[in-house]
Design a protein. Structure first.
Length: 350
C-alpha cells in the first residue's frame, strides 16, 4: 500500500503493518508495540490514539444508548434484515462455535418462518462437525444444504455470493485473551494490579510495558462502562480497537472492499443494536468461570437445540481465525472413524 494512502485507509493487515519498512518508520513505535501485544492492527474507534495512521472508521461507537432489546430480539431482527436486504442464496460460514451457531440458528428460524429455507447454504469444515457434532447430526445433516471445505475457504466463496459470518462475537462479549486469566481468577482483579505482568509476558520483555499502558490510557477513559477489572479492560480494547480489523480481515482475504460489507458480506454481530446491547449489558457476558463466557448466546442456542453439554461446558474456540490461517489443513484422515464414515457417505449440496 502506498504511503500516500495512509490518511485514507480502512484496514492494514499485520503483514502490511509490520513488514513495510517505510510504513514502520512513519507510525508511532509504541502503537506498533501495542499492536504486537494484541496480535492485530489496532484501529481506534474513539479517535484518541496518536498512531501515525488516520484510519477511516466504518462503525462508530454508539453514543445514544436508548434502546432496550433482549439478545434474542436483536438476533431475530438482525437475521430478518440480512434476509430482506439480499436475494438468492445465503452462505453461512459455520465453525461449530458459539458465534456462528447463533447466526445460523437466527437465519434458520427466519427462513423457515417465511418458507425459504432453500436459500440457505452452510459452509463448514471437518473441524466444524467435531466442534458441535450433535448440531450437525440433528439440525444440518440430511436436512439443510451444506458444503464441506476441502481446500481453502476462499476456494468456496464466489464473488457474487452473499456471505454471513459469526464475526464480532468476541468484541461484544470480551476477548480471546481472557481464557487463562479467567481460569486463574486474574481476570477479575483490578487491571492496574495485573496489566504490567500480562503485557510483559506477552511481549517477552517489560521494556515497553509502561509506555504501552500510558499510550492506551486515553482510550480507557473514553469507555461509557467503568473499567475496573482486567476483564473490563481487555473487553473494551477489543470493542474499541479491534472491531474494524475483524470487520475487514475476511474482506481482505476475499480481495473485496469495505463497500461489500452489509451488501453481500454480513458479519452477524456487526450492528448498532448489538453494540448497544454490549454497552448496556456488561454484567451479562460472563459469570466467574470460563465455560460461562457468552452464556447468553449459549442459552439462545439451547432454546433451539437442547444440548446440555454444549450449554454448560462449551468453551470459546479459535474458529474462523483458525480456518483462515490454516487454509489447507483439511486431511480427511484426521476424522474420528464414525465421522469419517458419515462424511464419506453424505451428499453435499452446493
Amino acid at each position: 500500500m502506498p504511503l500516500s494512502d495512509l490518511n485514507n485507509t480502512y484496514y492494514l493487515s499485520k503483514k502490511q503493518l509490520f513488514n513495510n519498512r517505510r510504513l514502520k518508520k512513519k507510525v508511532n513505535p509504541i502503537y506498533l508495540k501495542s499492536c504486537a501485544f494484541f496480535g492485530a492492527t489496532l484501529i481506534d474507534r474513539t479517535a484518541t490514539l496518536d498512531a501515525g495512521i488516520n484510519f477511516n472508521i466504518l462503525d462508530k461507537i454508539p453514543q445514544k444508548l436508548n434502546k432496550r432489546q433482549t439478545f434474542t430480539q436483536i438476533c431475530e431482527d438482525r437475521a430478518r434484515r440480512i434476509i430482506n436486504s439480499t436475494e438468492g442464496k445465503i452462505k453461512v460460514l459455520w465453525s461449530g462455535g458459539i458465534d456462528s451457531t447463533v447466526a445460523l440458528i437466527a437465519l434458520i428460524k427466519e427462513l423457515r418462518y417465511i418458507n425459504r429455507i432453500d436459500r440457505l447454504n452452510i459452509l463448514l469444515s471437518k473441524e466444524s462437525i467435531i466442534e458441535y457434532p450433535t448440531f450437525f447430526n440433528d439440525i444440518i445433516d440430511n436436512k439443510l444444504n451444506f458444503e464441506l471445505i476441502k481446500t481453502s475457504i476462499f476456494d468456496h466463496i464466489q464473488s457474487n455470493e452473499t456471505i454471513v459470518t459469526g464475526e464480532h462475537g468476541d468484541q461484544l462479549f470480551g476477548s480471546d485473551k481472557l481464557k487463562y486469566p479467567i481460569i486463574t481468577g486474574d481476570a477479575f482483579m483490578p487491571y492496574e494490579d495485573i496489566l504490567e505482568f500480562i503485557i510483559s509476558r506477552k511481549l517477552g520483555t517489560d521494556k515497553f510495558t509502561q509506555q504501552i499502558i500510558e499510550f492506551i490510557d486515553p482510550v480507557i477513559k473514553q469507555s461509557p462502562v467503568k473499567i475496573l477489572s482486567l476483564y473490563d479492560y481487555l473487553w473494551w480494547l477489543n470493542f474499541s480497537l479491534k472491531w474494524q480489523t475483524v470487520s475487514m480481515r475476511l474482506i481482505h482475504g476475499l480481495e473485496r472492499t469495505h463497500n461489500d460489507l452489509e451488501k453481500n458480506v454480513f458479519h452477524f454481530f456487526k450492528s448498532n443494536d448489538f453494540q448497544i446491547w454490549s454497552l448496556q449489558n456488561h454484567s451479562s457476558k460472563i459469570k466467574k468461570e470460563w465455560n460461562s463466557y457468552k452464556y447468553i448466546a449459549k442459552e439462545f442456542i439451547y432454546e433451539f437445540h437442547m444440548d446440555k453439554f454444549y450449554l454448560q461446558k462449551k468453551e470459546k474456540e479459535q474458529s474462523l481465525k483458525e480456518v483462515l490461517v490454516h487454509q489447507s489443513n483439511f486431511s480427511i484422515l484426521k476424522f474420528p472413524k464414525i465421522l469419517f464414515n458419515k462424511i464419506k457417505n453424505t451428499q453435499y449440496f452446493v
